[in-house]
Design a binder for this molecule. Structure first.
Ligand SMILES: [Zn+2]
Length: 202
């Protein structure tokens, strides 16, 4: 199978002709490609009507990635949906790597992810946003999602919404650093690590 044929379905004129179900199937195919390139099990992609402003969720135990239903219904949202798919797929990869490497090298990413996942800070109103957004697994998943989207520019560069999404994602990454400096001060990296440790020690 040529992967680019699947990516071309994301072009606005093609996407608009597809039913919501076929759109989910396209995302499922992309998740299957992702799983293969990362050497992990594919997750099942499921649409979800989130009650809060959540956009996606990776539930590794049940093997499911939930994505906000808006990505399959609203115009020009497929590219943002794709970044969320890449983000959640990266979480599946992180968790599989941590599970498979019992004694990772202390300088490796897997080591950082392991520490982080042992004291993962969930997103909620009571928590400072930066403690959630700046933890290792979230930063890594966001950077990865942006990188993957940029890789698809050859096929999708002329599409309305595509470069806008890349820009929003880059802006999001930058603004998270600004927010962290504001919320936690110049030592924000250390503070995020300490918050993570506190969660781990609970
Ligand atoms: Zn995440």
């Amino acid at each position: 199978m040529f992967k680019f044929l699947t990516y071309l379905k994301l072009k606005n004129k093609n996407w608009e002709r597809l039913s919501p179900n076929s759109r989910i199937n396209i995302f499922q195919q992309i998740e299957n490609f992702e799983a293969k390139r990362q050497g992990r099990e594919p997750m099942k992609v499921i649409e979800k009507n989130f009650e809060d402003n959540m956009q996606g969720l990776c539930d590794k135990k049940s093997g499911k990635i939930y994505l906000s239903i808006g990505f399959f219904k609203k115009k020009y949202m497929q590219f943002w949906g794709l970044t969320v798919l890449f983000h959640e797929g990266r979480h599946a990869f992180q968790q599989e790597e941590v599970f498979e490497n019992e004694k990772p090298n202390i300088f490796s990413k897997v080591y950082k992810w392991r520490k982080n996942l042992q004291g993962y800070v969930h997103y909620n109103d009571k928590e400072k946003f930066s403690y959630y957004a700046m933890q290792d697994v979230e930063r890594d998943a966001n950077k990865y999602a942006l990188k993957r989207l940029i890789k698809l520019r050859f096929w999708l560069k002329n599409e309305k919404g595509f470069f806008e999404t890349i820009k929003s994602k880059q802006d999001e990454l930058d603004s998270q650093v600004h927010i962290a400096k504001k919320e936690l001060g110049p030592l924000y990296k250390l503070k995020v690590k300490l918050r993570n440790k506190k969660e781990r020690d609970k």
